[in-house]
Ligand binder design. Structure first.
Ligand code: PBG
Length: 325
């Protein structure tokens, strides 16, 4: 049926009709809230390029999490900012490391909150790369051993899901093996399967003090020009034992989310990264964009493309809005 018999505007006439035929929804269950945790006490330090996002000491992050849990958010993703860094990132798997301490306290107070930990070396290495350096290059297989130790130490502390973000080859397999050997076969892996080498991570690197001191991440993170390679990366991670696959960044890569959705039956997470957040914040502070509407539209686009879960610095804002109805 065509115009004039068919009139699409009939279903757009009134709010209650639009509500009835809406295809995509965002719920509290979709949201994962990233948090930066640092050493010290009573620290809540705003990140310059990410307004309203903070580095928290453990005592302060517990206050933030209390509020987040009250809002009905079900999951957080933790990033650690250690006091000491070294060549091989050994504070990443120390029992007294920042993440290990934070996870123990968080799970003690909020046992029902899903605690996901970022498994990577870049926040812990003096050179800022996501792996161990040998002969001037990031050495894949040496790095795998470090990642396995980090993942097991997070599981021991009580993490529910570990999220490797390093982009080394074979890390999901090595981490799965190490978790199973250590008695953590019930701990899930959310793999940053398709992680592009993106300038949208800029503000995060300020937050985590993790910019590489030499070179860049192009020898391990993916070329933004490639989409067939995304399928290969996701396929490998699933074969190696990933429980959830991730695409990162989100909005500039909606085509990739869609392709993975069509290809795989696994839960897909999308990471709306720091630069996506900062862009929206900056434009709205200038009065050029309406923050609330833009962030809603950006999250809807990510879900519509096929993501099941969205990691977003806007999680709190959205949850507040969802609670208001
Ligand atoms: C660590 C890591 C990064 C992000 C998440 N995990 C930074 C990077 O790869 O340089 C970026 C997240 C964001 O920009 O919000 N490897």
């Amino acid at each position: 049926m065509l115009f004039p018999e068919y009139r699409p505007r009939r279903l757009r006439r009134k709010e209650f009709i639009r509500d009835l035929v809406r295809e995509t929804h965002i719920t509290l269950n979709d949201l994962i809230y990233p948090l930066f945790v640092c050493e010290g006490k009573q620290i809540k330090q705003e990140i310059k390029s990410m307004p309203e996002i903070y580095r928290f000491s453990i005592d302060k992050v517990l206050e933030e999490i209390k509020y987040v849990v009250e809002l009905g958010i079900k999951a957080i993703l933790l990033f650690g900012i250690p006091d000491k860094k070294d060549e091989v990132g050994s504070s990443a798997y120390s029992e007294k490391g920042i993440i290990q301490k934070a996870v123990r306290e968080i799970k003690d107070k909020f046992p029902e909150l899903v605690v996901i930990t970022d498994v990577c070396l870049c926040e812990y290495t003096s050179h800022g790369h996501c792996g161990v350096i040998k002969n001037g290059e990031v050495d894949n297989d040496l790095t795998l051993e470090q990642l396995a130790k980090i993942a097991v130490s997070h599981a021991k502390a009580g993490a529910d899901i570990v999220a490797p973000s390093d982009m080394m080859d074979g890390r999901v397999r090595r981490i799965r093996e190490a978790l199973d050997e250590a008695g953590f076969s019930n701990i899930a892996i959310m793999s940053y399967s398709v992680k592009y080498c993106s300038a949208f991570y800029g503000p995060f690197r300020e937050a985590a003090d993790s910019a590489p001191k030499f070179g860049d991440r192009r020898s391990y993170q993916m070329d933004p020009a490639n989409s067939r390679e995304a399928l290969r990366e996701a396929y490998l991670d699933i074969e190696e034992g990933a429980d959830i696959i991730m695409v990162k960044p989100a909005m500039p890569y909606l085509d990739i989310i869609k392709v993975l959705r069509e290809e795989f039956n696994y839960p897909i997470a999308a990471y709306q990264v720091s630069g996506e957040y900062s862009m929206i914040k900056a434009a709205s502070r200038l009065g050029w964009l309406d923050e609330e509407k833009i962030l809603w539209e950006s999250l809807i686009s990510i879900k519509r493309a096929g993501a099941d879960l969205i990691i977003t610095y806007f999680a709190k804002k959205i949850a507040e809005k969802l609670n208001k109805g």
